[in-house]
Write a protein that binds this ligand. Structure first.
Ligand code: GDP
Length: 458
């Protein structure tokens, strides 16, 4: 058990709301509670019963600070596994601070950001990848990110890592035993079976590594750029998607001179959309800056939405854009389907292999199909119901990547038929890298670094 002093912090947001929670954790949590709390009779519970809610008042000497509900949670049945008191006071900024200061004046220390969760980790209640997912749950901006963080919080990533480590551990133990006791363990033909196991683990790790891209898209949003000649309807589309008049819509070519960024949610997915200046050859200096920016933002985009005006012929500018997006993840929208068509889907098909859809930003037709298509492009199956583990954390990616490299070495050693103790070293490396994902064999400095990114009171 990690022994520490008693900490306190406001665990709810610092904006006026119905209820605010001040959390106190550590050896002296109940002692401090008995100094600042009393029931309406004036009595102080002695002792506090665990998992019971008490009604009463927070007092600073003779002064009543607030009317509260106090919850007592005895170790180890609490978030941190330490004695914990949660004071539910009124959620005003000032009153929450007054309660906190009273608690601090009576013996608690102000908690560092993430310190409660750090204690939960150090006391073995949650492993590191679960602790990290607590922040992800709080920061989730869309339903996919949330469902993935909850999955991680309930231990899906841990389960996967533990099962892979168990397989590696078995092989390490086998090799070590065989080297120690050659009479009872036979290493003849062992490399064949080891290679099978290593390949299996390797494939699983590669799958996890690849999931990072999807994970990043889910947690951070799809970096989307709307691109197309002036006047094709880019701003109109953005306005439909955001439901506001964010972009200026006019029929003067080149109105959208700068790039606009918007966060929008489509079918539960976040899109970070950039509406670019119309891409075309231009001598106008200000507009030129916008055009360059458009190309620049489109270069690193996860998704390019290219718009065409179907009431006009395809121009040389459009052909240039087709060329620019040919190797990218893109969707072609043939806009203004409400007007007479001079360009059809068949005409566009001759110029590109990308998905083409007809819409009218004016009548808002084809928009639902367009939204469904985006979901289909980025989410494989129904993410909220499948069991696939997705990694979203750079630290996990780094460690998994290193575990993969260690297994590459194992394969090389097997291929070269080098002695077993060489294999053992690389297997141990892979084992340790994976251990670091869930917080085994990890230094205090890294633990401090991870928890310092947490918000206050968590
Ligand atoms: P941008 O320059 O590509 O951003 O184009 P805008 O969104 O500013 O639209 C240019 C003009 O086309 C505006 O007058 C819009 O009202 C019009 N427009 C946009 N979409 C449609 C559409 O689907 N049908 C019709 N008829 N007009 C449209």
């Amino acid at each position: 058990m990690y022994i520490s002093d008693t900490i306190a912090a406001i665990s709810t947001g610092m904006n006026n709301s119905g209820i605010g929670i001040i959390r106190i954790c550590g050896e002296d949590a109940f002692k401090i509670a008995s100094r600042v709390f009393c029931m309406p009779s004036g009595k102080v519970p002695d002792p506090f019963d665990s998992h019971r809610v008490y009604y009463g008042f927070i007092k600073d000497g003779e002064e009543t600070i607030d009317e509260v509900l106090l919850i007592a949670l005895k170790a180890p049945k609490s978030y941190t596994r330490e004695d914990t008191v949660e004071i539910n006071c009124h959620g005003g900024n000032l009153v929450m601070r007054r309660v906190l200061i009273t608690v601090l004046n009576n013996g608690a220390r102000l908690a560092e950001p993430g310190e409660f969760t750090k204690r939960a980790f150090l006391n073995g209640r949650i492993d590191l990848s679960k602790a990290e997912s607590v922040t992800d749950v709080i920061n989730s901006e869309n339903e996919y990110a949330l469902s993935n963080s909850i999955k991680q919080l309930t231990g899906k990533l841990t389960e996967k890592i533990v099962s892979l480590r168990d397989k590696i551990k078995y092989e390490i133990a086998y090799i070590e035993s065989a080297l120690d006791d050659p009479e009872h363990y036979d290493l003849d033909g062992y490399y064949d079976s080891l290679l099978g196991t290593v390949d299996e683990i390797y494939d699983e790790l590669i799958k996890l590594k690849k999931s990072f891209k999807e994970g990043r898209i889910i947690s951070e949003g799809i970096n989307t750029v709307i691109i197309g000649r002036p006047n094709v309807g880019k701003s109109s589309l953005l306005n439909i998607l955001t439901g506001e008049d964010t972009a200026i819509v006019t029929d003067i070519a080149g109105t959208t001179r700068d790039t606009l960024k918007q966060n929008i949610t489509i079918n539960g997915l976040s899109l970070k959309v950039t509406d670019t200046a119309g891409i075309r050859d231009t001598d106008d200096v200000i507009e030129k800056i916008g055009v360059d920016k458009a190309m620049e933002s489109a270069k690193d985009a996860d998704l390019i939405i290219m718009m065409l005006d179907s009431s006009e012929e395809i121009s040389n500018d459009d052909i240039k854009i087709f060329d620019f997006i040919k190797d990218k993840q893109a969707l072609i929208l043939l806009n203004k389907s409400d007007l007479d068509q001079k360009t059809t889907e068949a005409d566009v098909r001759k110029l590109t292999q990308q998905c083409i859809m007809s819409i009218s930003a004016k009548d808002e037709t084809g928009i639902d199909e367009f939204k469904d298509k985006i979901k289909e492009m980025f989410i494989k199956g129904s993410l909220e119901y499948n069991d696939e583990v997705i990694i979203t954390n750079e630290r996990h990616l780094f460690l998994i990547d290193n575990a993969i490299k260690s297994l590459d070495e194992v394969k090389k050693v097997i291929g070269d038929m080098m002695p077993e103790d060489f294999v053992s070293i690389d297997l141990k490396n892979a084992y340790e890298y994976l251990g670091a994902v869930i917080g085994e064999q990890i230094g205090d400095d890294i633990v401090d670094e991870i928890f310092s990114k947490f918000c206050m009171g968590k």
